[in-house]
Design a protein around this ligand. Structure first.
Ligand code: URP
Ligand code: ZN
Ligand code: ZN
Length: 464
């Protein structure tokens, strides 16, 4: 069995940080000690560096079919890019097709990912056509496929959205089988009406994308889904939360002791609606749903991490090249929704969060890794550095500065929303299951190194 000793680093988990040596045998952490006097096949000196649990991005869309095109990262390119930045596990969405089965969606996503992904991966199952047949599939999805999380879209009317009655029944069934429902919360009917109004008035520019999807549309849907989750007793998670109004809904739910798991994404913390006022068509790069919000919403999201109202920072990585975005130059509704981020999330959250004093080191680990591992049933295999856990470790140098650029990133997309941003701290080495995957910017693993992760249903006192 291979062995690797990481000397002199500072181990950081969601609760501790301490100087220690970490000994890895095969794929697993087998010893952690102040000073380990042990001979290993390979030794890495991590003096001056943090040892973080490998990042988990619980919201990505690799090769997602959208509006006649597909997101430009494959499982191979997207997960490799993630590894460069310090993300060792992604959870992608296997989207059911209208008229198709959940089984077919999961098989399709396995075809995309198996033998291709470079980092480890799991799937959420997105239910876009809920009926008696799809309801009957749920136990198999949970127990045979190891998928304990489902996704609903409350927006994208006529393609992905399901209605409240369907949501209610889905939540009842998912709760029965120990799963969790995740939701894209935007009021699809209101948005559709807004869009029609803008198009009829000849308002086709990029900014009307954001104007069609105000924060109250997001918060209304969040409140509704929270109530249905409460009524059904279903564990519930809001994806890509953007605004203060939605956080208010979550706060209200806490008063009746309802736990609502909340994800935000790095772009909502760092970028704002001024993107849509940019010259010409540039704003199309950040046409995402929900759209970027106001600076006051960014402040609320940062604060909510520290108040334990936000539990994970993901990316919603869904990149499209500029030529793909061009499809909507004359009609904002034709711009494929999505933007890149999987490579930059981890380092940006450290740089903008820890280095700028908005969150501490433990909160950084919780947001980038542990929170998602716990919510989605990967913990303690993933999401921490502990004896018996997978040896997914990022050796992170807090003193190195670097600049983000599409010219040097590894994502398969020809722009970067953070172009020119100066980043404090850098992923020096990424270790995935005991193998050095990235070292000083060099990839040492390739296609097919990633492994599919089955996730058990949630039970017992830690389940929520
Ligand atoms: O604009 C976005 N977010 N595209 C990806 C699909 C989704 O809604 O998550
Ligand atoms: Zn979404
Ligand atoms: Zn998404």
């Amino acid at each position: 069995m291979s062995s690797l000793l990481i000397k002199n680093g500072t181990v950081v988990t969601a609760t501790d940080h301490y100087q220690a040596d970490v000994y890895i045998e095969g794929e697993t952490v087998s010893m952690i000690g102040a000073t380990l006097d042990i001979v290993a096949e390979r030794e890495i000196d991590a003096t001056g560096c943090y040892l973080f649990p490998g990042g988990i991005d619980a919201h990505t869309h690799m090769e997602l079919p959208v509006m006649g095109t597909q997101s430009s990262d494959t499982f191979e390119t997207g997960t490799l890019a993630g590894l460069h930045g310090g993300t060792t596990t992604i959870i992608d969405f296997a989207n059911q097709s209208r008229g198709g089965t959940l089984e077919a969606a999961i098989q399709e996503w396995h075809r995309k990912a198996d033998g291709h992904a470079v980092a480890d991966y799991a799937f959420h199952c997105a239910v876009t056509d809920f009926n008696d047949d799809s309801r009957k599939e749920i136990p198999r999805v949970v127990h045979d496929h190891g998928i304990n999380s489902f996704k609903i879209f409350m927006a994208y009317k006529d393609t992905l959205m399901i209605d409240d009655a369907q949501i209610y029944q889905l939540m009842e069934e998912v709760a029965r089988h120990g799963g969790i429902v995740t939701a894209h919360t935007e009021n699809g009917d209101m948005i559709e009406r807004n869009i029609r109004g803008h198009l009829e008035a000849g308002n086709t520019a990029v900014k009307y994308h954001a104007l069609s999807r105000p924060a109250y549309c997001e918060a209304e849907a969040a409140g509704r889904a929270i109530d249905i989750a409460h009524a059904t007793g279903c564990p519930f998670y809001i994806v890509h939360t953007t605004c203060e109004e939605t956080l208010e809904m979550v706060k209200v739910a806490t008063l009746r002791n309802q736990k609502v798991h909340v994800e935000t994404c790095i772009q909502y913390l760092l970028l704002d609606e001024s993107w849509y006022a940019r010259e010409g068509f540039e704003g199309a790069r950040m046409v995402i749903s929900p759209p970027l919000r106001k600076k006051k919403d960014q402040q609320a999201l940062w604060a909510s991490m520290n108040q334990n109202l936000v539990h994970h920072v993901a990316t919603d990585h869904c990149p499209f090249c500029l030529a793909q975005k061009e499809a909507g130059r004359d009609d904002f509704t034709r711009i494929p929704n999505g933007a890149p981020g999987v490579e930059n999330r981890f380092e940006l959250l450290y740089s903008e969060g820890v280095a700028k004093g908005r969150i501490d080191l433990n909160k950084f680990v919780e947001m980038s890794s542990t929170g998602a591992a716990k919510i989605f049933g990967l913990f303690p295999r993933k999401g921490t550095i502990a004896v018996g856990s997978d040896a997914d470790i990022v050796i992170f140098d807090p003193d190195v500065q670097h600049k983000i650029s599409a010219a040097s990133h590894h994502m398969n997309v020809d722009y970067n929303p953070y172009e020119g941003w100066q980043v404090q701290g850098k992923t020096r080495t990424t270790i995935l299951r005991g193998t050095v995957a990235i070292d000083d910017g060099k990839a040492l693993v390739g296609r097919g190194f990633g492994r599919y992760l089955k996730r058990p249903p949630k039970k017992g006192p830690l389940a929520n």
